[in-house]
Design a protein around this ligand. Sequence first.
Ligand SMILES: C[S@@+](CC[C@H](N)C(=O)[O-])C[C@H]1O[C@@H](n2cnc3c(N)ncnc32)[C@H](O)[C@@H]1O
Length: 272
Amino acid sequence: MQNNLSTVGLARDHLAAGTKAALLMKLADDPEVLARAARDDCPIPTPHQRIGYYGQDHFGYWLSGLSDLRTMREHFSRHFDQIRGPILDFGASTGRAARHWPMEPEGFEVHACELTGRMVDWMEHHLAGRVVPHQTAVMPPLPFADDTFGVIHAFSVFSHIFDAEEAWLEELRRVARPGAAVALTIHNETTWALLPSLKFRIRDELEQNAEYRRIRAESDIMPDRLHLEQSGVSYAFYSNAHVNTVWSKYFKVLAIEDRAHTYQSMVILTPR
Ligand SMILES: C[S@@+](CC[C@H](N)C(=O)[O-])C[C@H]1O[C@@H](n2cnc3c(N)ncnc32)[C@H](O)[C@@H]1O
């Protein structure tokens, strides 16, 4: 019987099955990646404990965290000479991305903040020694001193945060070291343009939303800042213009990389 600490075993148990995710197939053919999967001794959470990410495609789930980390590091490499730890994964779920940092050649220390207690328990139990988990709240503060982290990332977190947007930007700015590399993914106008053709749950959910349908019917242009609630899920949209004016109060906006996290765009920042 499954409980909140259940797993689906190790990445190496699922190597033979490969992945069904087209975007991850190149990574799944890389011998260095396969060797890394084979030596990863931390288990993979059940689909329930990873918010359904990758369904029954367990190796795809494992690869997706590494893929996001590599994409982000590639974008960082255009703006930062060197990446320094420690790392903060804000809104880490059960460590999909965080778990890969200590396996990088530099062996980074990584802290994972998560709101959902059962996910923090899962990380404490299964990622001990790999990731340092912290249960955090809907609003700041985070349990860290000023100027702590060399890297901060949040995949698919600001795409759901709306009311607390600036409070969290200010807090992440506080715990970022001078010169830190920061990557936050958002729904921006590129996401908005892609939405009608997306084969993801977000499209089906939003098509049931009257406000979304009304905005779409009036214009193709996404409002600068938009919040939609559907089936208990919060969807936040921020235009590039909004990021360039409001987020730049807290960070220098170095780039906004469209589709860097599937249909979400990645904002690359460094503290002001
Ligand atoms: C869509 S999931 C993405 C999880 C993970 N970043 C990934 O890419 O696999 C968003 C996560 O952010 C967490 N979250 C939202 N607001 C948070 C907050 N204020 N502090 C910590 N975690 C938060 C949610 O509980 C959820 O696990």
